[in-house]
Structures are given as C-alpha cells and as structure tokens.
Ligand binder design. Structure first.
Ligand code: GDP
Ligand code: MG
Length: 754
C-alpha cells in the first residue's frame, strides 16, 4: 500500500484533513500542539488504497521538542511515497517557510493550500497555478473543514508519487549555495541519502544533524573557512532562515492578492481585546468555568427553584407512573441543570433495565448466589458507572466547545503571566486543561513542553485537574454529604473540590520549583488561532470518543473489578459464602483501616469503615471503581443488614449506617467524607496514567512521581480533615507552612553560597 504523510505547521488543519480522508475520529483542537504522536489511517476512495499518516505539527525541520522530532524522523526514515504539505493560506509566508525545507528532501511533495474557505470569506485570492509553477510541485486548493478539493488532492498526489523527485533548495545564489553544494557533494561521496537536505542542515549547525554525522562536522567547518568568514559567522541558521524568507516574499507572497478587508480589525481581534484583556480576561474565564460547572452539576438551575416558589413533585400528588418518574428527572421543586437531567434520565434507564434483567434471572430459577452476584454485584456496579456517562460527556462537550472555538488558546495566553509567578509557562495550561477530560492524553500532551523540568512538573500535577472518571465520586459523595449528613450544597461542594484541586496543583508547582525542579521558566510563544464556530462534526467526534472510552472501561476493567469485589465480599477465607463482615474483603479492609485514620476515614469509622478504605484502594486501578465498589458493597451490606428503600443513595446509606454503628450524628461525618473526596482526587489517578507517566518520563523520575502522588494525597487529605474537624488546627498548618517556606529559603541560600 502507498504511504502518504501529512506534514504542516501546527493548527494548519492536518488532523481535520486526516479525519476527512480516512473517516477517523482523531482529536482536533483549535490550538497548536494537539497531535503529539503519529496516527495512521487508510484512504479508500481512490483506485488503490493509500495509508495516510498524520504527524505532529512543525514550524521547521530543525525541531526543538520531542513531538517535532517524531515528524522529522518520520519523513526521513520511513520514506513515505509522498508528503502532503498542508499550508494554511491565511498564514502563507510562515507556512511556506516549512515548505521550502521539505522541498529539499528527495521525496514527492504536494502542497495542499488549506483554509481556502476562510481566504475566500476575507475576499482574498491566490494564484495557485503560478505558485505551482514556481514551486515545481503540484499545488491544490482545499478546505479540510468543508471537505472541498480532497479528491483532486489525492488524485494528484497519487499520480505525482509514482515518480521519484530530487530535492531542490531555494537557497540559491551567492556563497551559501556554493557552501551547500560542496557539503552535498561530500555527503554524496559518503553515500548519504537526501544529501541536499542533510547538507543544508549541517551548514545550519543543526544539532541533531551534527550528532548524526560527527565526522562531517569538522569538514563542514573547514569548508566554511575557505569562504569569507564574515558571512558565515555564528548566526548561520539565522542567515539561512533569512534567505528563505527573502525568497518567499519575493516569489510567492505576491501571488496572494489581499482585498482591503484584511486591514481592518477582524472580528477575532475585536473579541480578543476583551477576552485577553489584562483586567477582565481572568475574571471572564472564571465566570465561564463556573457556568460550565453550573450547567453540569447544579440541582437548582439558574436558581429558578429559589426565585419562584415551585411545588415539589410529592405535593402535586401525581399518580405513580412512568411519566411521573420522567418528570422527576427534570424537576422537583427546583429545575435541574442539563447535566443533572442527563444523569437522572440515564439512571432511570439503567435501573429499569437492570431491574428487568434481575427479575428475568430470578424467574429462571437461578441459585441465590447467582442472583446476588448479578443484582448486588454486576448490575449495581455497572449501573453506578453507566448512569454517569451522559453527564461526564456533557461536561467534556462544554470544554471541547471552548477548545475548538480557539478560546482555550487565549486562556493559556492570559494565564501565562500568572503561571510564571508559580513557575511554569502558559503553555503548560493546555495539558492541564486536558486533564479535566482524562489524564492519559493530557500527560502525552506534555511532550509539547520544550523544557524538561516544566514537563515533569506539569505531568505530576495533571491528576489534580479532576478528570471525568472522578466526576461520579464528586457527585455521589457530595450528594451523600448533603442527604445523609445534611451539610452544604452539592454543586458548591463540587465546585470547591475542583478549586481545591487547582490549589494543590499550584502549591505543588511552587514547591517543586523551589526544591527539586529549580531553573528558568521557558519562554512562551504560541500563535493565537482565529476564533471560529466549533464544528458540529468535531464536537460529535469528541463526545463519541469519550463516551466510547468510558463504556469500554465499564465493560472491561470495572466489570472485572466489581465481580472480584462481590466475590471477595461474599466469601470468607475458607471459600464459603459468609456474612460480609467476616469476608475476605472485610478482613483486608480492616487490616488497612488504621493507615487512613489520620485522614478521617480509618479506624474511627468502626465496623464498616473499611468500605471507604477498600473503595479508595480499588480506585487506584481506575477511578470509576470507587463508585462501583460502593454500589456493590452497599448492595451486599443492604442485603444483609440495612433495609434500603432504593439503591439510589448508596454512599448516603453507608454513611447513615456507619453513624448509627459508632453512635455519632451523621452530620459529624462530613469532614471525613470531604477528606475522602480529596484523597481520591489527588492520589494516583489510575493504572493507565501510571503506565503513561512511565512512558513519558525517565525511569527515576517516574518512580518519584508515583511517590509524589501518594504523599500529596495523604498529606492533603490529612490537612483537610484536621482543619475541617477542628478549625483551630488551621493555625498549626499555616505555622508549619511558613516554617517550611523559611527552611527552603535558607537551604537554597546556603546552596547558592556553596
Ligand atoms: P492540526 O494542528 O494541523 O492537526 O490542525 P487541526 O486539524 O487540529 O485544525 C486546527 C483548527 O483549524 C481546527 O479548529 C479546525 O476546525 C480548523 N480548520 C481545519 N481546516 C480548516 C479549513 O479548511 N477551514 C477552516 N475555516 N478551518 C479549518
Ligand atoms: Mg493535529
């Protein structure tokens, strides 16, 4: 099969084109640096199938960051039959800068002029025929977004890829050309492939190149000496870049005829004057963020329930029908937010379905342990997870809208100044915000950070950006705190937990910067992409991807864990069924219980406190396990001990039961429950992210990173529990914090003196 590679600047539309050509669903975002690894798909519409590879965006073939190296090496080593160079026509000069470098490689190149729809909307025109003549390779106008011109692009690329092509350079005339020519001949003598490309890079003093051909470096230096040394000073790479840009502005730029519209401030610029404003930029962002949480989590949408005195469903005395349950999903004296409505609907659906299936199993005359396994184990666990999927996906949809519109890139920009005070650049914000979705892609995205220390710190704090899988813990435990303990308000608890996560991230970065990760903060350069309405297709792709991810997890790892937990909690060490209290799981949980005493959910919770311990530990595998474990265990405990009316408030039931068991009011348990949430939010997120961290970091660093998560969660939860239980301990905490800060300062001063 033929193999074509998509190469171009970040944000030029490569992934959009890739998705259109191959029907894939890769992540498209309106900011540079979304694709950080190569992706492969197949184009099937032509007479022969073509393998298409989407590569991370690059500005130049002299890369700085590890994901840029991927692109360069791919073109040179994997030898695709054709390089499709995507050029964003609205940024012609800068995009062609890369083109002039790709042209130096001995590979067929086809230039796809993308974003033609935008160009035409601005009323600008480009003479692509002439550009084709001057470049010497096919040039095709396309719009990846609207899938226009793609067939022509592929037809010509297939045609063009049938013949070999020799690299050509725009670095012509003068001593530069001579020097490159000399080096090239020498490399050819050594049998080096792509001699022109390597010659140019060697002349540029490109770092990777100099490591690859160490013997030749000396020779190149000798060549340089034979020329006027003034010309080839230390800044030779700047000289080469300048020559490229001169060529571009002389021969290519005039082919783009701009209408006068472009001179006026575009709508994007106008919006940016407000959205990236020094004073209101950050407050606007916080309001938008709160809006998102309100839409997703609030049980009192727009405070309508408080403004109008609406009747509760109970007071309406409706008949107990399906329609009443449906109404109860939307309304109960208050109007629920869309996220909560989605949750309620899905819960209604799954509980109806599982009730039916449970009845079916019973009617088949299954033995009692099988009924127990299905009803209290599998159905309870799965139901607990599946009900949350629409709500999680809705939250991620809202975040995707901000990403795809181009707003998130602005936020990175306005936060840069603030982030610098803490010790990272604004660039780190993007992987961090991806952490709200899932830690794994977020951690992979840290590849876009050029600075190693910044990368380590960002990767470490990503779990503190509450990922989608943690949403059920927040919602269920916060809900239980409200309903069982009678404390607070669910969406405020949820929001404060998110904010606490951010605070932990900031404090950790400050601490790391002043101890193990000292160093300069990398400069932050990122072009701001133009705003545009998010594409419906992209949003659907995002949503489906996320939903699929959670469903897959629910039916694999979570299902397996729930079955295991059911068995461990129904069988004793003698492998006979027994009361939950003498089960294998209970004895393991009870053994570990004292470890969690300082955090508030250890030994002090008495006989059934181990439920929280077990939930927290299974959560280390995947965070959905926490809720699945509660659901299963509440089913088991409920079946033997408590008469639960419905399975809806598993956590609340457990809290009530524990409170009566240890003879305290349920209210007094809220600090422990908050501490439980905090522990789950700040600890090892899941096995998948541990594996990712190990892949992204060096061995030693990965080990420390895991230890860092364990320690941070343990200490943060302890502090939260202490302060919430006895407010005056906050003075002790503040005292210790100040003391530690002073110690670090003194230590750093001493280290400097040495
Ligand atoms: P990549 O970084 O090169 O992979 O670029 P993406 O495919 O992620 O696209 C970057 C942004 O440009 C996204 O917001 C796309 O929706 C948008 N985009 C891509 N192609 C076009 C196009 O032809 N026209 C317009 N107007 N926008 C496009
Ligand atoms: Mg991409």
């Amino acid at each position: 099969m033929r193999k074509f590679a998509l190469v171009g600047n970040p944000n030029s539309g490569k992934t959009t084109l890739f998705n259109s050509l191959t029907g894939s669903t890769a992540h498209v975002g309106n900011w540079p640096g979304v694709t950080v690894d190569k992706k492969v798909g197949v184009y099937k519409k032509a007479s022969e199938q073509v393998e298409i590879v989407d590569l991370p965006g690059i500005y130049s073939l002299s890369p700085y960051t590890s994901e840029e190296v991927i692109s360069r090496n791919y073109i040179l080593d994997e030898k695709p039959e054709c390089v499709i160079n995507i050029v964003d026509v609205t940024n012609l000069e800068r995009n062609l800068y890369l083109t002039t470098q790709i042209m130096e490689i001995d590979v067929p190149v086809v230039v796809a002029l993308n974003m033609m729809d935008m160009l035409e909307r601005q009323g600008d025109k480009i003479d692509e025929k002439q550009l084709e003549k001057r470049l010497g390779v096919p040039v095709i106008k396309i719009s990846a977004f609207k899938s226009e011109g793609l067939d022509e692009l592929m037809d010509r690329a297939i045609e063009f890829s049938k013949n070999d092509r020799k690299g050509v350079s725009v670095l012509e005339g003068g001593e530069l050309e001579h020097l490159i020519g000399d080096v090239r001949i020498a490399l050819e003598g050594q049998g080096v492939d792509n001699s022109l490309f390597h010659a140019v890079k060697l002349v540029e003093n490109d770092e990777i190149e100099m490591q690859m051909h160490p013997q030749t470096v000396k020779m190149v230096d000798d060549f340089k000496k034979t020329f006027d040394s003034e010309v080839f000073g230390s800044d030779i790479d700047a000289l080469v870049a300048d020559a490229r840009y001169k060529h571009i502005s002389k021969y290519y730029s005039p082919l783009l005829v701009r209408s006068n519209k472009g001179i006026k401030f575009s709508k994007s610029d106008k919006a940016d004057r407000v959205l990236t404003n020094k004073w209101v930029g950050i407050p606007i962002f916080l309001v938008i963020l709160f809006g998102i949480f309100h839409l997703t989590f609030s049980e009192n949408f727009l405070w309508l329930g408080s403004i109008f005195n609406l009747p509760t469903i109970e007071s309406l005395n409706l008949p107990d029908t399906f329609w009443t349950s449906l109404l109860a999903c939307v309304y109960d004296g208050v109007i629920y937010s869309p996220g909560v409505i989605l949750f309620n609907l899905m819960e209604l659906l799954t509980s109806t379905l599982f009730e039916y299936l449970g009845g079916l199993i019973e009617s088949l005359g299954a033995s009692s342990w099988v009924i127990g396994l299905f009803n209290d184990g599998i159905f309870a666990g799965l139901g607990g997870i599946l009900s949350f999927i629409p709500q999680i996906v809705f939250l991620l949809l809202l975040i995707s809208i901000l990403e795809d519109s181009g707003y998130m890139a602005r936020v990175a920009f306005i936060l840069d100044k603030l982030f610098r005070k803490f010790g990272v650049s604004g660039r780190a914000f993007i992987p961090m915000i991806m952490g709200f979705g899932c830690s794994v892609p977020a951690m992979i995205n840290t590849r876009t950070l050029a600075d190693d220390r910044e990368k380590i710190m960002t990767l470490r704090v990503i779990p503190f950006f509450t990922c989608g899988a943690k949403v059920p813990i927040l919602v269920a435990v916060a809900g239980a705190i409200v309903s069982a303990c009678g404390f607070g308000n669910a969406d405020i608890i949820t929001y404060s937990m998110y904010v606490l996560g951010l605070a932990v991230a900031v404090i950790s970065i400050i601490l790391m910067r002043s101890t193990t990760q000292k160093g300069e903060i990398a400069p932050f350069i990122m072009e701001l992409p133009a705003y545009h309405a998010p594409s419906f297709k992209n949003l659907m792709i995002h949503m489906w991807d996320k939903a699929k991810h959670y469903i897959e997890k629910a039916f694999t790892i979570i299902l397996f864990s729930t079955i295991l937990i059911w068995f461990l909690s129904n069988f004793g060490w003698d492998w006979k069924m027994c009361e939950i209290d003498s089960s294998i799981l209970a004895s393991i949980g009870k053994f570990m219980q004292p470890i969690f005493t300082p955090l508030g959910f250890g030994s002090q919770l008495g006989t059934y406190g181990w439920v929280f311990v077990v939930a927290a530990i299974t959560g280390l595998i995947a965070k959905e396990n926490v809720i699945a474990t509660f659901a299963t265990l509440a089913g088991c405990i409920g079946a033997t001990l408590i008469a639960t009316e419905d399975g809806a408030f598993e956590v609340a039931e457990i809290i009530r039961y524990i409170a009566s068991d240890i003879n305290v009011s349920a209210y007094s348990l809220w600090p422990a429950m908050i501490s439980f949430i905090v522990f789950n939010m700040t600890t090892i997120p899941c096995f998948a992210s541990v594996a990712t961290a190990r892949g992204e970091l060096k061995k030693g660093t990965a080990k420390w990173t895991i230890l860092f998560w364990v320690l941070t969660s343990y200490m943060t939860s302890t502090i939260v529990y202490l302060v919430l239980s006895w407010w005056w301990t906050s003075f002790i905490v503040i005292g210790i914090a100040i003391l530690s800060a002073i110690c670090i300062k003194i230590h750093n001063k001493r280290a400097k003196v040495k």
